[in-house]
Design a binder for this molecule. Sequence first.
Ligand SMILES: [Zn+2]
Length: 85
Amino acid sequence: MSDDVIRMLIRQRIRDGRLPRNRVVELGYGSGIGQECDACGTAIEPDQRMTVRICADDWRTIRLHADCFQIWDAERSARDSEPWA
Ligand SMILES: [Zn+2]
């Protein structure tokens, strides 16, 4: 999946609440264990880096590819400069 597609998915998930808009705290970091990425929806394979984060708002845990996390972090910080209609 290209970064552009992942970015669109992440924007959509931020809008519908499946991904947080606010700060998250890192719980752990390591190799994937085949669980679904909360950003792009595909499995995080053992040869990919995974970050586990807890949302400061509601204590929900999310698991993301390290790459997806970077995109999410950029998108949520960019949201103030773009319309989210
Ligand atoms: Zn992902």
